[in-house]
Design a protein around this ligand. Structure first.
Ligand SMILES: *[C@@H]1O[C@H](CO)[C@@H](O)[C@H](O)[C@H]1NC(C)=O
Ligand SMILES: *[C@@H]1O[C@H](CO)[C@@H](O)[C@H](O)[C@H]1NC(C)=O
Ligand SMILES: *[C@@H]1O[C@H](CO)[C@@H](O)[C@H](O)[C@H]1NC(C)=O
Ligand SMILES: *[C@@H]1O[C@H](CO)[C@@H](O)[C@H](O)[C@H]1NC(C)=O
Length: 389
């Protein structure tokens, strides 16, 4: 099946799709009460082996499927394997019934070692995280949807809400295209990142709206070639490169572009955060065409993440270099609109560049300023508040 057809399917659904070709054929009930986990598992196994008629898993509209943890493992024969979600999938909401209750970090829907996968449709995935937000995160399920060691993945047009923690996790994967998705969780829900990417290359997130209790997009150690474009972010904690280098780990984050993004009422906007004592680099980062509306830290580099209140300058640190901030405007909800706090004299931030930055105080703030330490670079055009370079 070619990509054009996949897009068509995402837009139109499969008009001729009958229940006999969907998860219903495998015994799913879809009343939101009966647990349909085993029907989905069987539907996946058949589709993956190439023995289902359409080489796909189909979740029909108008039904609600209650599901416990599901492990969708490849490699699969159809390339791409289509997973069409037009109905609603809801996670088991009872912590007692979760994954036999033995281990809290069992993910909900995990795709593992699948090369060529298109998950498309107008459906809704609901993590029913409410019952977990109030209990210790040690007992939480894992992310709602995980891609682990996958390649050539398209995730399109779906809606996600109320994850117990991260909504979408991309790890150890390549060529992942996320387009036109919506993620929502309450502002007060803990650790509900929108999309977290780690140890992956060539990932793009386009035309998506994310409003959660944590980062809209967060980026872990070892990520190369990521584009985040045309996104509305907020409420939440913004786009965060990091936290990186925890416990002295090796960081290699490169080639990240965040453009055409609106941050509304978020705690951060363009953020890079590293733990003291990490090694490696963050370089080739670009933030371009960004609007802030009442954002607490619109532009921030924090190389002392996680060490407060006893932070000390260290000889080691993740080297941040070649970061470009261009065409960024809007309002800051705190006085320090631009904060660049780099590791120290032995590992300063280098080659930072700013052009056309115009930040003004949000209602209730008199003025805005910038604060920098060990940040070196250059600036062009209007820079408000004054840059430190
Ligand atoms: C993805 O597709 C490309 C081109 O068809 C192929 O070369 C590659 O091996 C596939 N897998 C991954 C993991 O990128
Ligand atoms: C990201 O954008 C750059 C520049 O437009 C492009 O060269 C690169 O291929 C894109 N990467 C992905 C994963 O879409
Ligand atoms: C993102 O969307 C824009 C505009 O709609 C489009 O030009 C661009 O190619 C898309 N990027 C990717 C990686 O799909
Ligand atoms: C960001 O906000 C502007 C102004 O309201 C709007 O024109 C633009 O479409 C928004 N961007 C996205 C990705 O929706």
């Amino acid at each position: 099946m070619d990509w054009f057809l996949i897009v068509l399917v995402a837009i139109l659904g499969f008009p001729g799709l009958s229940y006999s070709e969907s998860v219903m054929k495998y015994g799913a009930v879809g009343d939101g009460i009966v647990d349909d986990t085993s029907a989905f598992q069987k539907a996946w196994e058949d589709a993956c082996k190439g023995s289902s008629k359409m080489g796909s898993v189909n979740v029909p509209a108008g039904k609600v499927f209650l599901l416990n943890s599901l492990h969708f493992t490849g490699p699969c024969i159809p390339k791409p394997l289509l997973f069409i979600i037009d109905g609603e999938m809801i996670a088991q909401s009872d912590p007692q019934k979760w994954g036999n209750g033995e281990n809290g970090v069992i993910p909900w829907l995990i795709f593992d070692q699948v090369d060529g996968l298109a998950i498309v449709g107008r459906g809704l995935l609901d993590g029913q995280g409410k019952s977990w937000w109030d209990i210790h995160c040690r007992d939480h399920p894992g992310p709602m949807m995980t891609f682990s060691n996958c390649g050539n993945v398209t995730l399109k047009s779906l809606r996600f809400r109320n994850s117990a923690q991260t909504h979408v996790l991309v790890m150890g994967s390549q060529n992942v295209y996320i387009d036109d998705i919506k993620i929502t969780s309450p502002e007060a829900s803990p650790n509900t990142d929108g999309i977290h990417i780690t140890s992956s290359t060539a990932v793009s997130i386009n035309h998506s709206d994310i409003a959660t209790g944590d980062d809209c997009v967060s980026i872990g150690d070892q990520v190369n070639n990521l584009n985040v474009t045309f996104m509305n972010c907020g409420p939440g904690h913004g786009v965060s490169i990091g936290s990186l280098g925890r416990g002295g780990t090796e960081v290699a984050v490169e080639n990240i572009r965040v453009s055409h993004v609106n941050f509304t009422g978020t705690t951060n906007g363009a953020r890079i955060k590293t733990w003291p004592g990490g090694t490696g680099y963050v370089r080739g980062i670009e933030f371009f065409d960004i609007r802030f509306s009442s954002v607490q830290n619109p532009i921030i580099i924090d190389q002392f993440y996680g060490c407060a209140p006893t932070c000390v300058e260290t000889m080691k640190g993740v080297h941040i270099e070649k970061v470009r901030y261009m065409k960024m405007s809007g309002t800051s909800a705190t006085k320090v609109a631009m904060k660049l706090e780099c590791s120290g004299e032995s590992v300063p931030c280098s080659n930072l560049f700013m052009r056309d930055i115009d930040l003004s105080p949000a209602d209730g703030i008199d003025s805005v300023s910038s604060l920098c330490s060990f940040a070196h670079g250059s600036a062009q055009g209007i820079i408000r508040p004054l840059s430190c370079f």
